[in-house]
Design a protein around this ligand. Structure first.
Ligand code: MOS
Length: 762
């Protein structure tokens, strides 16, 4: 497949095009969900369970209904369609009935004339619970005699990966290490909390506006709960203040609840969560307990890896089947290992459902496996960088799923370039000679691979559509089914559309994402938007470009083969003609310049029983090197510098990539050092941003970003998806740097100052 469809000489690809929506946001003109107002609009509020596990004896809403300004109060019995909100599997009610499974389960809904009235009424709802013993720890959940959270028991899933024979691999090993690592919940902390506005139409149709990563999930969820056709539900995604995976599954709940209230009251309903509601009720990153065993020869060659993971899925499945698929496939790291055995067990507990969060089940195992590689390097007295290089995946290598990598494998380049740019060799030596009190420096590294998009598990969702329209004046509108949540999709898709059509970027205007314009494009997740939506845009542009070239040829008195393009024009036989002259001519000749482009992921072969085969169609690679300073007295850790080398296929917009890498790496630093979700008996104690702290700009290290381009022939102009990757290696790089500084080996996250200070640095 040729990737360059435009002969444009001044390519806009690889240029730092300014964010197309940047000015609007910077000037405060962008309208977010909570800025929307509709005539007669009501305010919706949820009533959430205070009990982590209990039977519902009764729900009394009479007092709430009597309040001034209250228009509608709904419980499970009022749902006209199906009381179901599960994304992958059924079993998660939109409104809890009979039973609650976590402190945050939604039981009732209120719509009122004002936020205050809705809030007051919701506090007057009374629920009588019969308390059941709770399950709060993933290993406890499977013990005998523990109450079952769901009728089928507490085991949600068990994924198995089997390659070779690990017993044999460990027999061949000179060194075998066994370690346990643990990680807790992580919260997305998008700046804009979850929210939606539902606007009912006169004839049973409904329109949803909201902060939504997956408009087509919302469409399905709302249709199912209201019991109406998909064609009557229009979902419009508007400007978003972040998603990070948290707006993948949850908006279906928010939108369906707002929709129920809107239909019941016949009026528009806005539902925007407070920060506390958002923290307490919505999905998080999976906590995991990870038991690793690794074997290697004296020279560092890996012989076997065995992994047993217990992942906390919380009260409902949500996206666990797909998140943990990624965990299972990536657990052994980006290495050539002949014998691999991974068991990923997902269990229910009486805590928030865990779902998608940037990295999608990978940051957990990256922390474990990259810490373990560092421990192995110490054991072998090897440089951690050399150990990685020795085992790194290269072109022609087989992954843990026995997937043979045939192109765009930039792992070794990320290692070598990060090594050189960070001064790794010199600093490792320098920092090993520190003595005395005060502060100590350390440098640590971690590396990773990342299967782009949904992989074989989500292959049926792996498609995208784009509607492209060229007007007679030569300007262009593009609408896609995937969304910009702040990551810059609108900007990069503008570049792709301009390049593929042969116009300058100022001619292209992206329309908002609406289910009304384009075919189902799957979710906007898993670093897939640039690749999938980008290819759909190219498919549409190619079709239109062909028509334009034919008309240009006839105007220039040439054959289509003789026509060359330049930005905003065509030439042939020494003559030039402007783009708009051609589009105007198309208009007059009734040549349609509007079309839908469609792209589907290539087919993959996969054996689900043993997780062997082509897990994903392409992989991205990243290496991070962190330099830290540790205060020996307080244990406080400051990350001073972070070198991030990323193989992105092709850097379509380097400035945008750098921003995403810095942001993602900082989220990883937060995961490593600051973000401490404290739970007690299923209740969240750190339920505000004063107690659940994330890094701010003041905590940001100096970044050195290295973009490595190993083009992928199936990507738009060679690009691969990469947006989740910056979060994956940064936490283990920091943990390994702390070990280098003071000898504290972190086996759980977050790494708290008190843990670090307990170690006597020698
Ligand atoms: Mo992402 S965590 O796949 O939205």
């Amino acid at each position: 497949m040729t990737i360059l469809v435009s002969p444009s000489v001044e390519s806009c690809i690889g240029k730092p095009l300014e964010r197309v929506d940047g000015r609007l946001k910077a000037e405060g003109k962008a309208a977010y969900t909570d800025d929307l107002v509709f005539p007669g609009m009501l305010y919706g509020k949820g009533f959430y369970s205070s009990s982590p596990h209990g039977l519902i004896r009764s729900v009394d809403v009479r007092e709430a209904q009597r309040q001034l300004g209250v228009i509608s109060v709904l419980t499970a019995g009022d749902i006209p369609g199906k009381n179901e909100i599960g994304v992958v599997k059924e079993g998660q009610p939109l409104l809890a009935y009979e039973k609650v499974r976590y402190a945050g389960d939604c039981i009732a809904l209120v719509a009122a004339e004002s936020r205050e009235a809705a809030e007051k009424a919701s506090r007057l709802i009374k629920v009588d619970y019969e308390a059941l013993p709770g399950v709060f720890h993933p290993e406890d959940a499977l013990k005998a005699g523990v109450p079952a959270i769901h009728p089928g028991g507490n085991k949600a899933l068990h994924l198995k990966l089997r390659k070779g024979n690990t017993e044999e691999g460990f027999r061949e090993a000179d060194v075998v290490l066994q370690r346990r690592y643990e990680v807790k919940h992580q919260e997305h902390v998008y700046l804009e909390t979850q929210g939606a506005v539902a606007v009912p139409g006169p004839d049973g149709e409904i329109t949803l506006y909201g902060s939504i990563q997956c408009p087509f999930y919302v469409q399905k969820a709302v249709a199912r709960c209201l019991g109406i056709g998909y064609n009557k539900v229009r979902v419009i995604q508007i400007v978003m203040g972040g998603g990070f995976g948290g707006k993948e599954d949850v908006p279906s709940e928010i939108c369906a609840r707002a929709a129920l209230l809107a239909v019941a009251s016949g009026r528009p309903v806005k539902m925007v969560l407070t920060r506390e509601e958002d923290l307490v009720t919505t999905s998080k990153r999976h906590p995991m307990i990870m038991d690793y065993k690794i074997g290697a020869k004296k020279d560092g060659r890996l012989t076997a890896i065995e992994v047993m993971i217990h992942a906390d899925c919380g009260a409902y499945d949500s996206l666990s089947p797909v998140v943990l698929f990624r965990t299972n496939v990536h657990a052994a790291g980006p290495y050539v290992v002949p014998h691999v055995r991974v068991d990923t067990i997902g269990v229910y507990t009486n805590q928030f459902p865990t779902g998608a969060m940037r990295g999608f089940g990978q940051p957990q195992v990256a922390f474990a496996s990259e810490s373990l590689m560092d421990e192995l390097a110490s054991e072998l007295s090897m440089d951690p960088m050399e150990l990685r290089l020795k085992n790194a995946l290269r072109e022609g290598s087989l992954t843990a799923t026995s997937h043979k990598l045939t192109e765009s494998v930039g792992l070794v380049e990320t290692l070598e370039e990060a090594r050189a740019a960070s001064g790794w060799d010199k600093k490792r030596k320098e920092f090993s000679r520190q003595s005395g009190g005060g502060v100590r420096r350390g440098i640590g590294m971690a590396t990773s691979f990342y299967g782009v998009s949904l992989g074989s598990k989500g292959w049926a969702l792996d498609k995208a559509g784009a509607h492209l329209q060229v007007w007679q004046d030569g300007t262009v509108n593009v609408a896609v089914g995937n969304v910009d949540m702040g990551q810059g999709a609108l900007t990069v898709l503008t570049q792709i559309a301009a390049e593929a059509l042969g116009v300058t970027t100022d001619r292209v205007l992206m329309l908002e994402t609406s289910t009304g314009f384009v075919p189902d494009s799957g979710p906007s997740v898993a670093s897939r938007t640039t690749l999938l939506a980008g290819n759909a845009v190219i498919a549409a542009a190619r079709e239109i470009r062909e028509k334009l070239v034919a008309v240009a040829a006839s105007l220039l008195g040439a054959s289509p083969e003789e026509v060359n393009g330049f930005p905003n024009g065509f030439s042939a036989r020494g003559r030039e003609i402007s783009f708009e002259k051609v589009t105007r001519e198309c208009y007059l000749r009734n040549v349609c310049l509007s079309t839908i482009g469609y792209f589907a992921a290539p087919p993959l072969t996969w054996d689900e029983e043993v997780s062997q085969g082509e897990a994903y169609f392409i992989y991205s690679y990243a290496t991070h090197i962190a330099e830290v300073e540790v205060d020996l007295l307080s244990g406080a850790v400051q990350v001073l510098k972070l070198t991030a080398a990323h193989d992105v296929g092709r850097a379509l917009n380097p400035q945008s990539l750098e921003g995403q890498i810095e942001g993602g790496a900082l989220q990883g630093i937060g995961y490593a050092l600051y973000e401490n979700m404290v739970m007690k008996e299923g209740r969240l104690l750190s339920s505000s941003l004063a107690t659940y702290t994330i890094p701010t700009a003041l905590d940001a290290p100096e970044f050195k970003v290295l973009l490595i381009e190993k083009p992928y022939s199936g990507g738009p102009f060679g690009a691969k998806g990469f947006a989740e990757t910056p979060l994956i290696p940064s936490a283990p790089a920091v943990a390994n740097a702390i070990f280098n500084a003071v000898g504290y080996r972190a086996r759980r996250l977050p790494i708290l100052p008190e843990d670090v200070a307990e170690v006597d640095a020698i």
